[in-house]
Structures are given as structure tokens and as C-alpha cells.
Design a protein around this ligand. Structure first.
Ligand SMILES: Nc1ncnc2c1ncn2[C@@H]1O[C@H](COP(=O)(O)OP(=O)(O)OP(=O)(O)O)[C@@H](O)[C@H]1O
Length: 284
């Protein structure tokens, strides 16, 4: 019975969320050019803004996720409208049409770090990782200074365009010190939203710094090949799982910084502190 309900529910959700097609006109102003991505709560399109002739990114709240998706989208709109930085999407418009809600923001051209690492096979050594993390941190520091935390600092949300680093997807961002928005619906929906919104705790700068620890590891793992070579040379020897400290050959300084980011000992409390520590490594 539960299975039948779940099948019918997924079918109805897919039908309600059917994305708008190429050429469709949204809000009598934005022509859909392509779908950029479909997340759990939103569908994002690249559109042409007829009034300016510019490309824009338009995010639609998933109809099947009801009021909660609309609230999240509205929260994202409020936050990006408070952030005015050339390397962060600018707020352009928020509108409702035929019962659907849309957020319009500037389109950020570039390749995500995820594409660069996994699609184009680019490798980042320790020095490059530190320099890129510093670029990201200067943006994160700006966001924190405005009173917000991003809470989704991951390689798919960081773009590169001509050497410039851009930060997108403020869908989980929150005002510092606030609790996450939770749906009023079922216990399970609340639980999954709580998990999604970074442990469901009150938002603080340290949550972003923790994500930066993982961000650095993703970049550093781009150079990691030892395990594959070992497997080729000794295919019958069972491969034992190792920690990142064992797998990556890192300098003591970088290792300590990542440990401080990911573990509870000697944590960094603010982005400034981390910037100082990384700059000391690079410039001394
Ligand atoms: N302002 C923007 N400029 C260019 N591309 C964007 C912009 N905003 C989002 N995108 C792209 O659209 C896609 C989906 O966007 P986004 O990550 O914001 O959606 P989401 O619903 O939050 O998805 P997820 O749940 O996977 O995080 C991503 O591929 C992202 O690169």
C-alpha cells in the first residue's frame, strides 16, 4: 500500500514539476534558453531577458514541494538582494505566474570547480588549493560581514571565469544566528529538510569554515592517484581504507589547517583567522 502511494506520489510530483520548455516565456519578460539544473526544491533555467537583452538565471520553486519551496526561494531572494558583490549573483526580480514562483538573478558565466576537476581533469596542488581557497574566503568574509552564512560551500557552487572566482547558490544561506526554515508538513519531510539545512542548527560562521575544509580536500584529491596505481600493481591485495591524512601527501601546515577546520580541536572561529593562517603559509 505504502509502495503504491509512493509511486502515485512520485508520478504526480513529476507531472506538477514538469520544467518549462525552451522558448517558453516567463513573466512576459524571460525566454527560457535551457535548463541549468534541477535541485530538490527548485528548477533553474538560463533565460534571455527581453528588456535588457542579457542572459539571466531564473530559479523556479518546485510546485510539488508546495509553500515550503516558495519560502526557501523567497529567503534566497531576500539574501541575494542584500548582497551586492560582482562575484555573487545579483537579485533582479521575484514574481509569481500561474501559481508558480520565480527568482531572477544575474547569470554567472563560468566553469564550476566540479567540472574543472571531474570533467576536465584539472589537478590542483597544495599551493593552488591554498590560493583558490583564499579567493573563496575573501568572498565568504564579505558574506559573513553582511550578516549571512552560505552553508553550501561546495565545488559545484564555485565558478571560474577568466581567473575570477564566483560564488553561486544561496539556496541554503541564512542570517547568522537564525534557525533553518522547516516545512510544516510531515515528520519525515521535516527531518529531511533539517538534514539538508546543515544539521538544522542555528547558523554560524564556523559551519562555512567546516565546509571549506571539505572544499580544500576535494581540490587536493584531484592529484591523488596512488590508490589506483597500487590497485593496478597489486590487484589481489585487499585495498584498505585510509584516512585523508594517510592518502594525501600534505605539508604539516596544510594538514594542520584542514584538521582544525574539520575537527573540534583548535577550531577557527572566523574567516579572518583562516585567511591569516593561509596567507602566512603562502607569503612567508
Ligand atoms: N546565478 C547563476 N548563474 C549561472 N548558473 C547558475 C546560477 N544559479 C544557479 N546556476 C546553475 O544552475 C544549476 C542549479 O542551481 P542551484 O544549485 O542553485 O539549484 P538548487 O535547486 O539549489 O540545486 P541543488 O539542490 O543541487 O543545490 C547549477 O548547475 C548551477 O550551476
Amino acid at each position: 500500500m505504502l509502495r503504491l502511494y509512493s509511486t502515485i506520489h512520485s508520478f504526480i510530483s513529476a507531472w506538477r514539476d514538469d520544467p518549462r520548455e525552451k522558448g517558453a516565456c516567463l513573466g512576459q519578460r524571460y525566454e527560457v534558453q535551457e535548463i541549468l539544473g534541477e535541485g530538490s526544491y527548485g528548477i533553474t533555467y538560463k533565460c534571455l531577458d527581453y528588456t535588457t537583452g542579457k542572459e539571466v538565471a531564473v530559479k523556479q520553486a518546485r510546485p510539488s514541494k508546495g509553500d515550503y519551496a516558495v519560502k526557501l526561494l523567497f529567503q534566497e531572494a531576500e539574501i541575494i538582494s542584500e548582497l551586492q558583490h560582482p562575484d555573487i549573483p545579483a537579485f533582479i526580480d521575484f514574481f509569481k505566474e500561474k501559481g508558480r514562483s520565480y527568482l531572477v538573478m544575474s547569470y554567472m558565466e563560468g566553469d564550476t570547480l566540479e567540472d574543472l576537476i571531474f570533467g576536465q581533469g584539472i589537478k590542483y596542488d597544495e599551493k593552488q588549493t591554498v590560493l583558490i581557497t583564499l579567493q573563496l574566503l575573501h568572498l565568504v568574509k564579505y558574506v559573513h560581514k553582511q550578516g549571512y552564512v552560505h552553508l553550501d560551500l561546495r565545488i559545484p557552487n564555485v565558478l571560474f571565469h577568466g581567473g575570477r572566482l564566483l560564488l553561486i547558490d544561496f539556496g541554503l544561506a541564512r542570517k547568522i544566528g537564525t534557525a533553518p526554515l522547516l516545512p510544516k508538513s510531515s515528520f519525515f519531510a521535516r527531518l529531511s529538510a533539517q538534514r539538508r539545512s546543515s544539521t538544522g542548527k542555528v547558523a554560524n560562521e564556523q559551519a562555512d569554515l567546516y565546509d571549506i575544509g571539505h572544499f580544500m580536500l576535494f581540490m587536493l584529491y584531484s592529484t591523488y592517484e596512488v590508490a589506483e596505481m597500487e590497485m593496478e600493481m597489486n590487484p589481489h591485495t585487499p585495498h584498505t581504507e585510509q584516512s585523508w591524512q594517510e592518502e594525501l601527501r600534505l605539508s604539516a601546515d596544510v594538514k594542520l589547517i584542514i584538521e582544525r577546520l574539520l575537527e573540534n580541536e583548535q577550531p577557527f572561529h572566523r574567516s579572518d583567522e583562516l585567511i591569516t593562517a593561509l596567507e602566512a603559509m603562502i607569503f612567508t
